[in-house]
Design a protein around this ligand. Structure first.
Ligand code: SF4
Length: 344
């Protein structure tokens, strides 16, 4: 049975090449075509012998995902819907912002975290994505936008799923992204977002990676946070903050705290005060994300004035706070709403 070539580790790829008595330079050649160029088929690789291309084709898929739909919102956000070999579907969102072009990738089909403000979370978990499937979102979108003369600048692991709940595959994809031999993304241009799985944050701390870590915070006390994010029962705020305190942030780096603003729930002056106390001693910036209602959601979107007021309260207390535009709302591609709306 054929398998995705990008699911092989470097060592596995070397072993496969060695079994076939391929010369050692074949590895670099192959990695260049797989990860740095926008190769469409094995047969289109010009500098590999025909017999070798046939072998690759017989054993592997070049891509484990196929684009099945694309939709652009008025603000320029483009949502890509991909289908895996088993028919499961995942999404990625390409978000243009000033001089940046950021791709938000999914790491699981569905999610088991059950955050109540998130549509994906309401629909449960189906399976983890493989490293090849995570990377193919980047590679396929990169190929599509390079064809328009544009280049991806940032990748965020913030789409469907909790990346640290699929630790091995997310990390393998991440390492491939920043590998000098492979996609060559700068550490600084990659962000991983988590609800705060503490054992995995501790493990990540020992990986020697200089990526940006974003924490989906959304509340300033355990009662509210547990009501919004069931994971808080297991890993409450104090333990989460303690894990962040011990995380080895490199010079001038700071954590990003994602904060979905829910009307009447988490944006009072008292919330600003509590948030300030909570993060004392941590280098952070806060991204406020006005909630995007979805059908059946129990929450409401705050007014612009309410979000601005909360931002002002945090800034007065010396916390760098930004308001993230809810991008691609019309196509349900905004944060926490990354799910294909059938029939749109
Ligand atoms: S917000 Fe993220 S972690 Fe929470 S349920 Fe949605 S996809 Fe999962």
């Amino acid at each position: 049975m054929r398998r995705s070539i990008k699911n092989l580790t470097r060592e596995e790829l070397v072993a496969w090449l060695t079994e076939r008595n391929e010369p050692t330079y074949r590895l670099d050649q192959l990695e260049g075509w797989l990860y740095r160029k926008d190769t469409v088929t094995f047969q289109s690789i010009p500098n590999l012998p025909k017999t070798f291309r046939n072998e690759l084709e017989k054993e592997f898929f070049l891509y484990s995902l196929e684009e099945v739909a694309r939709e652009e919102a008025p603000d320029g956000t483009i949502k890509f819907l991909f289908q895996a070999k088993d028919g499961e579907r995942v999404e990625s969102a390409l978000i243009p912002e000033r001089n940046r072009l950021t791709l938000c990738v999914s790491t699981q089909v569905g999610c088991r975290m059950g955050c109540r403000f998130c549509l994906t979370g309401q629909e449960g978990f189906r399976r983890n994505l493989t490293r090849g499937e995570i990377l193919d979102q980047v590679l396929l979108v990169r190929g599509a936008i390079r064809a328009q003369g544009r280049e991806l600048t940032n990748v965020v692991f913030m789409g469907m799923g909790e990346p640290l709940d699929n630790y091995e595959e997310s990390l393998a994809a991440l390492r491939t992204l920043i590998s000098e031999r492979r996609l060559k993304f700068s550490h600084r241009k990659v962000t991983l977002s988590t609800v705060g799985l503490i054992p995995q944050i501790r493990r990540l701390a020992g990986e020697g990676l200089d990526l940006t870590l974003a924490i989906s915070l959304n509340a300033t006390d355990n009662k509210t946070r547990s009501a919004l994010m069931p994971i808080n029962h297991q890993y409450p705020l104090e333990e989460l903050i303690d894990a962040l305190m011990k995380y080895p942030l490199t010079h001038r780096k700071r954590f990003t705290l994602e904060y979905v603003v829910l009307k009447g729930i988490n944006h009072s002056p008292k919330n600003a005060q509590k948030l300030t106390q909570l993060v004392r001693g941590l280098r952070v910036k806060v991204n406020l994300i006005p909630f995007n209602p979805f059908p059946g959601s129990p929450f409401q979107r705050p007014s612009e004035g309410e979000v601005l007021e909360f931002q002002a309260h945090l800034r007065q207390r010396g916390i760098s706070t930004f308001i993230r535009k809810s991008r691609g709302q019309g196509i349900l591609a905004a944060c926490g709403l990354l799910r294909w709306k059938e029939g749109t």
